[in-house]
Design a protein around this ligand. Sequence first.
Ligand SMILES: [Mg+2]
Length: 447
Amino acid sequence: MKITGIRTMTADVPLEEPVITAIHDVRSIGYVLVFVDTDAEVTGEGHLFSISAKHMEPLETMTAGLGRSLVGEDAHRVEGLWHKLWGEVNFFGHKGVSLFALSALDMALWDARGKALGQPVHRLLGSCRDAVPAYNSGGLWLSRSQDELIAEAKEFLKQGFRAMKMRLGKPSWREDVERAEAVRDAVGPDIRLMADANQGLDVRHALRLGRALEPVGLDWFEEPVPAYDVAGHAALAAALDTPIATGETEYARYGFRPLIEAKAADVLMPDLGRVGGVTEFMRVGHMAQAWDLPVSPHLYSEPSLQLCGALQNCDMLEYMPWSAPLFRERIEFEDGMARIPDRPGLGFTVDPDALETFRTAPAAGAAAKPAPKRPARRTAAKKDETAAAKTEAKAKPRTRTTAKAEPKPEKQAAAKAAPEPAPKPARRRKREPGRTPWYLRRGSGDA
Ligand SMILES: [Mg+2]
């Protein structure tokens, strides 16, 4: 299945209401959509998101640029192509924009592969379940009043969810505790409740808050301190009974390995768009299995379902409704469980009508141009030919032909009739004795 082209587009999907967390104020979600065209009449689709549309231009440019390396390759060789792209981004580093781009392309390759084989990706990866518990993450924001929190938590229960996540990060840790207690009272002891501080606290604050939250029975305390503070996460994981969850801003398995080694996380949260796509998500999931750690995907609810269906240690799906308007298909829920789609590929395809509505102008550098043609390289045969010609030339005696060809009679006559040519003037002007040459004169270099 030969890859015939890569196309990228951007979209900006406004949120129904702003999202406020300890460190975010989000009004719309920006997307880069990538389409991998093949000669097998299937197109693989992948996407990236960002909480700001202005991030889309560098992401799209990198994705389109990196994608050029895939044109002409066999889309079934996902593992090999992943390593090819990993090598390509070495110059930029294996983090940041380069890993986002790699992730989107890898997602699209798995989607193409599944579509070509008529199989959902979770089956290609080794399926383990048909449905996964899902928690509703699309609410219980920091901006909600306590009454609004309670009403929303009850609404989630009505929708069938048996798990949900609230946010922490009020200036007073006591207020966070009161809010968590209120939600717990509203939903009862059997509902799984998680809380996310979105990296907004320092270790002392998080420790005090975490200790006070122990009776609430949280399933996990997520990103209590900045993601880069591995030691801080480890200190909290050691001090608290409540599991610590982190990892959503890590890149590749090399970002997760230090978290595991430092015992900084009880739950790992790979993000499909950062970690390196489906291929690398699976590696992180398997690495976590070696430490009996659960994983729970960060956002990317639709495509992450395939990973939930393929990893035995996948705990829960994070359900966020942000991306739903972009796709033709919807996640199906039953008794708080999200069904793993059995449609070929990742199971969600971009809705052309949605594209009409949400598509934004392409980035200046993102046009999926073909790679510039290099000058034709000399083939081995051509090289041999040239080398043979050189050898032959060397072997010949270097005889300079002094005998000129016999002039033609008419030219001879004309030459005789022509007057003798005037002598050519001497090319070099003689230096007048005593005169300093121009190049030795002072200031001769001044114009
Ligand atoms: Mg989070």
